[in-house]
Ligand binder design. Structure first.
Ligand code: GCU
Length: 435
């Protein structure tokens, strides 16, 4: 065995230091530090949702619907979320469990399996539905996907354990649960089921990875392969990523809700938190059957303006979650200035339907100010379409929601979904449904 001479060790140390110093700028360019300083937000001009690509102003609703809205939709399809295929799958629904006396008798619980292939062998999703027993008429429903399995939203032992993808996603099981079954009820803090029912609303939820697993699998699992053209093995650079797939799943859930006689399908409120808030906004933009859309702390790629480059940026989100958006979105990393659209235009696609954007004071990663400004700058479209938009010029204080056709609040605390958030959403829905 030979030992290194002191000289060769020194030389090694020197070389390592040199490599570190030389590669630092490269590493920094790849992983720039997030900006949390309002003064360091770059100067930018937001594209006007009411100016056509030709430069002409949109002065009436007909021009909005026939020209400008399709233009904006196309930008989000081609440059950000990727286009959702037009092809229809042979989707079918099966009621796989029913308990009319759930949660001590206050609720009817249904589980509906939604099959995406005719022979039922391919991917499928399970909708868990709670309906309030004290309401005689058809009920409005909140539709919101969950992160860790339907069985985590409530300790209710009648809920089936979610099967798909939880094994690969084991580290995300909350509360240190050792097995999937141990995680029953582990996310219940975020799901005040009894409160929602008591207010006369139903709740429909789906485990999001039933539709597409949330890791970069080259789009070999989940629903993408069901849409590939002959010889295709992954989406093209302007075709959908995972957020597009989850948004598609929200619409397939809506297809079911329309068939359920216990539900008022004209009053389905789409709600999503964080990455599922991004998906909810994209689903709400594409599918006008959702009557109210709620973004809870959706941040970068959701409600927050990208051009502010505050907190999470396009470059960072694409590096860490390369499967969320289409490949065309890569070119905007560290290059937000070149965007011809921004997230206020995504919100404007929901107009004139009621929209709620919620932020949290400590959730700087999601850029609360950028989320507020986005709602504010979607307002001109809401106004053109005859509603009042957002009734605030400046961000309200924490805990004080503003609610008109657009609602907004920032609450104290972290990135999360709290009872306060849900109370605001229930009040907002009541206000719009004249309850
Ligand atoms: C990460 C990601 C966010 C996302 C969030 C979530 O923090 O950077 O963009 O919203 O996860 O979905 O919880």
């Amino acid at each position: 065995m030979t030992s290194k001479s002191p000289n060769s060790s020194l030389c090694l140390l020197f070389t390592s230091l040199l490599i570190c110093v030389l590669s630092a700028p490269i590493l920094f360019a790849q992983n720039p530090v997030a900006n949390y300083d309002e003064k360091a937000v770059p100067a930018f001009q937001l594209p006007d949702p009411l100016i056509l690509g030709s430069g002409d102003a949109v002065l009436d609703t007909a021009t909005w619907w026939s020209l400008r809205r399709p233009e904006i939709m196309e930008m989000f399809e081609n440059e950000m979320f990727g286009k959702t295929p037009d092809m229809k799958l042979p989707v079918s629904f099966e009621l796989t469990s029913l308990d009319k006396n759930a949660l001590g008798g206050i609720a009817t619980r249904k589980e509906i399996t939604v099959y995406f292939t005719a022979d039922k062998s391919g991917p499928s999703m399970v909708i868990l539905l709670y309906l309030p027993n004290h309401v005689e008429s058809k009920v409005p429903v909140f539709l919101a996907m969950n992160f860790n399995g339907n069985h985590t939203i409530h300790p209710d032992s009648g809920v089936s354990i979610t099967r798909s993808w939880l094994e690969v996603n084991r580290e995300s099981l909350s509360n240190g649960s050792k097995t999937v079954a141990d995680s029953r009820g582990s996310a219940s803090r975020r799901w005040p089921v009894e409160m929602i029912l008591q207010r006369g609303y139903g709740l429909a939820t789906i485990y999001y990875e039933d539709i597409d697993p949330d890791f970069d699998d080259g789009f070999q699992n989940g629903i993408h392969p069901l849409f590939y053209k002959s010889g295709q093995t992954s989406p093209n650079s302007n075709e959908w990523g995972s957020i597009g797939a989850w948004a598609w799943g929200y619409s397939r859930a809506m297809d079911y809700l329309e068939t359920d006689g216990d539900i008022d399908s004209r009053r389905v409120i789409l709600m999503g938190h964080s990455r599922l808030g991004k998906a909810a906004l994209w689903a709400g933009a594409q599918d006008q059957r959702f009557s109210v859309v709620i973004s809870n702390n959706s941040g970068c790629g959701g409600a927050a303006l990208s051009k502010r480059a505050y907190g999470e940026t396009i470059g960072r989100i694409n590096r860490v979650f390369p499967h969320w958006f289409c490949d065309n979105f890569l070119k905007y990393g560290e290059n937000e200035g070149s965007l011809t659209f921004d997230q206020h235009m995504l919100l404007s696609l929901i107009a004139p339907r009621p929209l709620y954007v919620a932020s949290a004071e400590e959730d700087l990663w999601a850029d609360p100010q950028g989320e507020f400004l986005s709602a504010l700058h979607a307002s001109p479209v809401y106004k053109l379409l005859g509603t009042d938009g957002l009734q605030a010029e400046a961000r309200p204080l924490p805990g004080l929601p503003v609610m008109s056709t657009i609602g907004y609040h920032i609450r104290k605390g972290k990135h999360d979904v709290t009872d306060f958030d849900w109370e605001c959403y229930l009040n907002f829905a009541d206000m719009h449904f004249g309850k």
